[in-house]
Write a new protein. Structure first.
Length: 360
């Protein structure tokens, strides 16, 4: 196969970025025969081997892919720590080729790359990848999760992510609005793809009122048809007058453009890296908006696939995912007590766990 490795250093401050995100290590792979350009970022492994999904999307530059990998891997460290998992944080980013390519060959090459890391990083699905891709990776390495149940896996983790987000929203609604259920609570969901769809399903079953938006109008129409959701343009969903705004698309959706227009009292969704910059968490706090830190509320999928590492147990995965309610409640309670933004409180909780692990 002829895997080769190189640093993408042209115009990129590689080690400066590692320092900025308090890193660990990064592995690069270029396989010219398949078009594979892969970055595996391992942020921290004090709690155990790094676990995190494989993102496969187009990037304008190598630099953008590199930064995405670093941000996502750091988020996985925090997500695993808050969820009480014996794993560190890692993420893989595969730059989707713009030209035609053989998907099976490309993911086989990536599986071989993962195998060469000898269990230091365990992969799973993420944006742009699915169960079929994990099955291809499985032919080359055992260090993959989210595989078919017939092979001892748990399948698509999206329903568990959605379950955890729903529980987190319930905690926020109880804490901020004093309501014991989601009956009649208005939730605006930005992005109704895999996780967003299952979240709408959870919220609808709980009696919530839904407004949805997606760049793919067919997905919005599906939510409208199945859950009675109102549909708005993707550029307007953050402006909806609602109780809860749930970002479930790509990251950085909470920024200088969207935050001033928010009418929701709660922001709680499934997207990773929702804050464009940390200061946007301060902005939400200053406006009195309760923000559920993304890596705390969307950990259900990670909790689920983590169960595969030592033998999958669906009951244990569900029970652990339901505890996201307690995590979000603790963050909100501490935030109110010390009058600090929730993202800072969540970071402190993680650092406490990592510091204790280092001492052990």
């Amino acid at each position: 196969m002829g895997l080769s490795f190189r640093w993408y250093t042209r115009g990129m401050d590689v080690f400066g970025k590692l320092s900025q995100y308090d890193f660990g290590e990064v592995h690069f792979c270029l396989d010219k025969s398949t078009g594979l350009k892969a970055i595996v970022a391992i942020h921290d492994s004090r709690l155990g081997p790094a676990l995190g999904g494989c993102r496969f999307i187009e990037y304008d530059t190598d630099d953008a892919a590199y930064i995405d990998a670093l941000r996502l891997a750091r988020g996985m460290t925090y997500k695993a720590a808050l969820a009480g998992l014996a794993h560190g944080g890692g993420k893989s980013v595969l730059i989707r080729p713009k030209q035609r390519f053989d998907r099976v060959a490309l993911f086989r090459a990536f599986g071989n790359f993962i195998e060469n890391l000898r269990g230091h990083y365990i992969t799973a699905e993420d944006s742009g990848t699915g169960l079929e891709d994990m099955e291809i990776i499985r032919t080359q390495t055992k260090h993959v999760t989210g595989i078919d149940p017939s092979h001892g896996g748990s399948g698509d983790p999206s329903p568990f992510t959605a379950l955890g987000v729903r529980r987190g929203i319930e905690a926020c609604v109880k804490f901020k609005l004093g309501r014991n259920s989601l009956e009649g609570v208005h939730v605006a969901v930005q992005g109704v793809g895999h996780v967003g769809y299952y979240l709408c399903k959870e919220l609808h079953a709980a009696g919530a009122k839904l407004t949805v938006a997606d760049v793919d109008k067919l997905k919005s129409e599906r939510a409208q048809r199945e859950f009675g959701a109102s549909v708005v343009d993707i550029n307007d969903v953050a402006k909806v007058h609602c109780d809860v705004f749930a970002p479930c698309a790509l990251g950085a959706g909470l920024n200088d453009d969207t935050i001033p227009h928010l009418h929701a009292r709660i922001v709680a969704g499934a997207a990773n890296n929702q804050l464009a910059e940390p200061r946007h968490g301060d902005d939400l706090h200053a406006r009195g908006i309760l923000y559920a830190p993304d890596y705390a509320i969307n950990a259900g999928g990670l909790v689920n696939v983590a169960q595969e590492v030592k033998g999958y147990d669906a009951t244990a995965a569900r029970e652990r995912t339901l505890k996201i309610y307690d995590t979000i409640w603790e963050i909100a309670e501490r935030s109110k007590k010390v009058n600090a933004p929730t993202y800072k409180v969540a970071d402190i909780l993680v650092e406490e766990k990592l510091h204790a692990a280092a001492k052990r």
